[in-house]
Write a protein that binds this ligand. Sequence first.
Ligand SMILES: Cc1ncc(COP(=O)(O)O)c(C=O)c1O
Length: 421
Amino acid sequence: MKRRSLLGLAGLGLLGGWALRPSDHGQPYSPYFATLNQLLRRENPGVPLLVVDLERLDQNAELLAQQLGARLPLRLVAKSLAATGLLDYLAKKLDTQRFMVFHQPQINQLAQSFPQADLLLGKPLPSAAALHFYQQLPPASAFDPPRQLTWLIDSPARLGQYAELAKALNQPLQIAFEIDIGLARGGFADPAALAAALSWLRDTPTLLRVRGLMGYDAQLAHTPFWVTQNVAFTQSTARYRSFIAAAEQFPGLWPQQPLLNGAGSLTYALHAKGDSALNEVSVGSALLKPSDFDTDLLSAQQPALWVASPVLKVLPGQLPFLDSGYSLLQGWNRNRQQNYYLYGGQWPAEPLSPSGLSYDPLYGRSANQERLIGSASTGLHVDDWVFLRPQRSEGLFELFNQLVLLRNGRLVGSWAAHNRA
Ligand SMILES: Cc1ncc(COP(=O)(O)O)c(C=O)c1O
C-alpha cells in the first residue's frame, strides 16, 4: 500500500514534470523579416550587417519633432548615433546643428564633418584629451572652437586645469558645468559648490567663458517602488532651478541666454509634456530604439536597427561529451532540436527572428561562430539570415564598420560608422 502510493506520487511527479516541459517556441520569420531575409539572400556581401530601417527611423524622428515642438530644441547624442551619414540625415530632418559628444576623436570628426556645429561635451574629459583635440584640428578648419565647442567641467580641480589649458592655448574656451540633479554620477553636488566655482572664476583672470549647465536625469527612468516618476521629475527640476538661481548671482559671468541642457532618450518626454527647467534636450538612442529603451515613455517609437547574420551551419542539437545523453535533454526541450551557427557573434543583441532562437547557456557564446539553439519549426536553412535586436546602439556601430540602409523593402545604400580610435 505504502509502496503503491509512493509509486503513484512518482508517477504524478513525472506527469507534472512533463506538463512543465517547455513548449516549442520555434516559428518561421514574420512577414517583415521573411522579406528582409529574401532581400539579403539576393544582394549581400555575405558578412554580418547592421541594418537601419529608414522608414521607421523617419517615423521615430517625426514623432520626436512633434513631441518637442518649438519649445525644446534638440541636441543629437553622437555616441548613440555614431555614423556621420546618420547624424547628417537626422540633423537635416530634425533641423539641428547641436551635437553632444563623449570621445575626443569624435569631437575632431564632428568638427570636420559639421563645420557649423555646436558641440557640447556629455562628460568631462581629461584636459590632455582636450589638448589633443586642438592639436589635431587642422589650422584651416572652418570650425571655430571658441564659439562652437563647450567643454564640461565637473569639479574645481577640472576648472583649474581647463583655465591652464586656455592659457597655454592662448584662446578662449567655453565651459558648461555638470550638475548633479539626482543621478549621483558626479558634477557639482549642490548650488553652493557651483557658486564657489563661479566665485573662483570671478576672482581669477582666465580665458574661460561660461556657457551654462548640463544636468542629466536618467535616474528618473529607474525609480524604485517607493518613488513615483512624476514626483522625482518635479524634484530634479526644482534642483536644476536651484543651480540656475545660484549661477544668476554672478551676472558678469553667467550669460544672458545660458545653455540649460539635460535629459536623454529615457526622459525627454517628461520635459516635453511637463514643466521643464531646460532650454534644450539631448536625444540619441530613442531614434533607433534598441531594447534597453523599451520603456512606457518610448512606447510609440519603433525599433529601427537590426543585427543580421548569415547562418553558416544547421546541425542536430548536440553538446560535447554528452553523446546520447543529449537526446534526453532534447526530448525534454524541443528548443534544443537544432544548433545554428552564425557568422560572427557576441554582439550586445538578442535573437529576434525567426522566433524561438536563443543563446545556449550550456555551450557559451562565441564572437567567431555564435551558436544559437532552436527547434526545426524555425524553418531556418544554411544561408538564411538571423535577425537580432541590439540592446543599445552605443559602441555597436564600430563592430560593423557600416550601417546598411533599408527603405521600402530595398537596400538603398550605406553609412560608414565612426571608428573608435
Ligand atoms: C549626459 C548625457 N546626456 C544624454 C544622454 C542620452 O543619450 P541617449 O539619448 O542616447 O540615451 C546620455 C547618455 O548616456 C548622457 O550621458
